[in-house]
Design a protein. Sequence first.
Length: 215
Amino acid sequence: MENTSTRDPVFIINDFETLKVLSDPLRIQILEQLAHKPQTVNQVAEGLGLASSRLYYHFKMLESHGLIKVVESRLVNNMIERDYWLVAEEIRIDKDLLNFSSEEEQENIVKVIRSSWEATLEDIMRTLKTRPLQIADGQPDNPQEMVMLKLQSHFSPKSYKAFIDQFNHLMEEFNHPEEDLEGEKELQEYHLACFIYPSYSYDEKREMGNDNDNI
């Protein structure tokens, strides 16, 4: 039996080949499943409602690019069974990769953003489909609020930084609740997906210049 159950606080993606791995929404879902506890391929497949045969290739891609790792392996019925875990508590993308210096780099960024949203959509739809089945099987209804918002606002640089500091504090609280949950039996998993960014538009002169170029 092998066990390597420690992991780093943060893993930073700093190359485009690894970034490309995140362009598939199913791989994003696998990472989400492995975020908080090690699982086997079969356990992840069960959680996603998919056949395990669909996941082996994606697990191989994620492992070969250092995003997940084997933390325990054991012999079960003469076959090796492996537990996989996210390589770090948090995965970030190096800011230097978020540029538009070439069309290929721009397309990579677009694919990652799109796959993240598609993975979130799959997660929401799976929840909406499976929850009525759970209630029909006898689980308590216990209605929970789901919030979906798209907002616009204006900040000065100073006030935006202050807001982001508060927001990051809330995200840290969401990711690591201060409440002692050890021994609690009725724990529900919650997901949060969010983009906060400065929004820019082409100015009128630039648009007019582009129109003139096309005449």
